[in-house]
Ligand binder design. Structure first.
Ligand code: P6P
Length: 336
């Protein structure tokens, strides 16, 4: 069993997709995730549960662990000379690298603790990150430098803080999973080339929003709920953790479709989930594992970003189900 470091050095040798600077970036993020895992794992013993009493840029109440996780990632990435800047769900604007340190060639975007509403009830949460190349147009990266389509990502990953802490990573050559060995303090490679089955009998959606959905969304889910007597001719199972990292990890492990559609409640914002540091990294990972990821109308990775905290609808997972759900939306648009 090899460590993350050995795996990255082998990737550097074989594919060249990972240079020394990107390898350092990934290792620094992994080390930050270890620290977040320790903080999350302390639960009530760490005095880190509950609300921070502040709101983030999304107007959402921040949990103490949201703020702590954000700080851990900022501090970890300040000194290495691998980043030009960071951007986070928890911060309005890009975060510059302190003048005391050299700047690097990459931009790091992250949701430091996704699903944090689950923390106080001890359900799995996670960190999601995306890596883009920095442009050399501006000495200090601006928002516009971050607004690259998901196809420009050079790496993406997440860390799921569950019964075990796992880092899942792609640099464009498959998806690989590492499990934290707490005695060694190292992420150890436990799965190479994760592959999402093309078909599934399991879907993940917040069904309580059904009355707010568009017609094609109701059509697609109602057909799944009709089971073997319905047009799909088979029964489906439903899972909804309300923690994207946990739901996506299950889909990477055994297949499924995850959907957070735009609906009457979220139409003004364009959806609930954020493009740059939730949808794009998860879409890169899912496509690299043989799955598909769309907005219900178009490939997520080809969405041209307009704002740093832009939201999009998300349909991702087993490619044949994503194709069916997407086709229903496209057919409805064509008929309207
Ligand atoms: P709902 C967590 O807040 C999150 O951003 C995702 O991790 C998760 O999939 C979704 O929102 C849960 O949304 O409507 O079930 O609370």
């Amino acid at each position: 069993m090899i460590s993350l470091t050995q795996f990255l050095i082998e990737e550097q040798r074989t594919h060249g997709a990972v240079n020394a600077e990107l390898r350092l970036l990934i290792e620094v993020v992994a080390r930050a995730c270890k620290r977040i895992s320790i903080a999350v794992g302390k639960g009530a013993l760490g005095g880190v549960l509950g609300s921070a009493g502040t709101e983030n840029v999304q107007g959402e109440a921040q949990k103490k662990l949201d703020v702590i996780s954000n700080e851990i990632l900022l501090e970890a990435n300040a000194w290495g000379g691998h980043l030009a800047a960071c951007a986070s769900e928890e911060m309005e604007d890009p975060h510059p690298i302190p003048d005391a340190y050299p700047k690097g060639n990459y931009l790091l975007l992250f949701d430091p603790l996704d699903g944090s509403s689950n923390i106080d009830v001890n359900i799995s949460v996670g960190t999601i990150f995306s890596v883009l190349r920095a442009s050399d147009e501006h000495a200090e990266p601006e928002v516009a430098d971050f607004l690259q389509p998901g196809t420009q990502q050079v790496a993406a990953g997440y860390c799921v803080y569950g019964p075990s802490t796992m880092l899942v990573l792609t640099t464009g050559h498959g998806v690989h999973a590492f499990t934290l060995d707490r005695e060694l303090g190292s992420f150890m490679l436990t799965a190479r080339n994760l592959a999402i089955p093309s078909d599934t009998a399991e879907f993940a959606i917040n069904l309580s929003n059904r009355r707010h959905w568009e017609a094609p969304m109701r059509r697609y889910i109602d057909e799944l709920l009709a089971g073997r007597e319905g047009p799909r001719g088979k029964d489906f199972n439903m899972r909804w953790v309300a923690s994207m990292v946990a739901d996506v990890h299950r889909i990477l492990t055994r297949g499924g479709i995850f959907i957070y559609p735009v609906d009457a409640k979220t139409r003004k914002q364009g959806g609930k989930l954020r493009l740059m540091y939730e949808a794009n990294p998860m879409a890169f990972i899912v496509e690299q594992a043989g799955g598909a990821a769309t907005t219900g109308r178009a490939r997520i990775l080809e969405v041209a970003p307009e704002k740093l905290h832009q939201r999009v609808p998300v349909f991702l997972g087993s490619k044949n189900e994503v194709a069916t759900a997407t086709r229903y939306h496209q057919d409805a648009d064509a008929a309207s």
